[in-house]
Write a protein that binds this ligand. Structure first.
Ligand SMILES: [Zn+2]
Ligand SMILES: [Zn+2]
Length: 335
């Protein structure tokens, strides 16, 4: 069977129609007929070969939603016709210490959906069913895909670092990741402050559940945040002056970076030591965490705010992400 996809032939190329032969289903695989696929900022990093490891032709797309079309002989939990979502990861060894403790995202043999495999800007994809997740019926397909990557990326560190309902939480950046983080933190009961360089996002941030809004370009506003936060999560890929955020932490506070940035961060060790502060990073989440996140999102009506375009306009959708014009996730719909 031929799979019709959209691929780039070299770095920064536009995507053009590209077809390839589907592999035969192994025992744990499912063939998924794709209906929607989100455009994630990480797709752009790989499209541009920012990390120097992109294989071409490159078919991006790792926020996939579709229906199961065919199942391998050992697939027990998914049925033909069932709606599923696929995120960044489509495989892991399932035997190492990380896999065994539900942290498949940290497995050294992790397989990515769109790197070393043709991704979700296509009509079909074949994946290991153990990395395809049933989508709760409360979540519309066009709002579901971005939860599988963007959503889990910010949900997981709340759990990993034990953020509590009494905590004061700061979210840096109200964009593709940040708009999820505000919704999750508010639904977890935290006091939520949105930090943004765009004052015009204040109303939206409140609508998403933020209690407070700080214009991060305003030094006076930033200074007032000193010593106020238990946990701050950065969702931005660009650089920033990180010191005001570090100073905004209470003792025992944590500044966590989610989402890939090519920048560096430098803070004084004395501040880390004397305030017992932490700097950390986090990457997506394991399978159990993804299931939990989907249930949490369904229960609390958390969804991706999306703009949907037909797959034939995939380059325009990518361009909107590139220009930071997505409000807040672009999704392409298959024909
Ligand atoms: Zn992603
Ligand atoms: Zn493993």
């Amino acid at each position: 069977m031929k799979i019709n996809a959209y691929a780039a032939k070299h770095a920064k190329d536009i995507l053009k129609p590209f077809s390839y032969d589907s592999k035969s289903l192994s025992e744990f695989d499912v063939l998924v007929k794709i209906t929607h696929c989100g455009v994630c900022h990480t797709d752009l990093h790989f499209l541009d070969n920012d990390m120097g490891i992109t294989p071409y032709p490159f078919v991006p797309g790792h926020e996939v939603v579709g229906t199961v079309e065919e199942t391998g002989k050992s697939v027990k939990n998914l049925k033909k016709g069932q709606r599923v979502g696929i995120g960044w990861q489509i495989g892991a060894c399932l035997e190492c210490e990380y896999c065994e403790s539900g942290q498949e995202n940290l497995c050294a043999n992790s397989k990515a959906t769109c790197v070393g495999n043709y991704g979700g800007f296509a009509d079909y994809i074949t994946v290991d069913n153990r990395f395809a997740f049933a989508i709760p019926e409360e979540i519309e397909s066009e709002n579901a895909g971005p939860l599988l990557c963007g959503g889990i990326t910010v949900y997981s560190p709340f759990k990993l670092y034990n953020v509590k309902p009494n905590h004061k939480v700061g979210i840096i950046g109200i964009g593709g990741l940040g708009h999820f983080a505000v919704q999750f933190a508010a639904s977890m009961g935290c006091e939520v402050t949105a930090f943004s360089t765009s004052p015009d996002k204040e109303e939206e941030a409140h609508n998403l559940g933020a209690d407070k809004f700080v214009n991060s370009k305003d030094a006076a506003q930033m200074q007032k945040t000193a010593g106020k936060f238990d946990y701050i999560i950065s969702t931005v890929s660009g650089d920033a002056d990180w010191m005001p955020y570090f100073n905004a932490l209470k003792p025992n506070g944590r500044l966590n970076f989610a989402g890939i940035s090519l920048n560096n961060v430098s803070v004084p060790i004395s501040g880390l030591v004397l305030g017992q502060k932490s700097l950390s990073g986090s990457v997506t989440g394991g399978r159990a965490m993804i299931r939990e996140m989907l249930e949490f999102a369904a229960r609390h009506d958390i969804k991706a705010m999306t703009e949907v375009m037909p797959v034939s306009q995939v380059n325009a959708a990518i361009d909107k992400v590139r220009k930071n014009q997505a409000r807040y996730r672009m999704v392409v719909k298959m024909d």
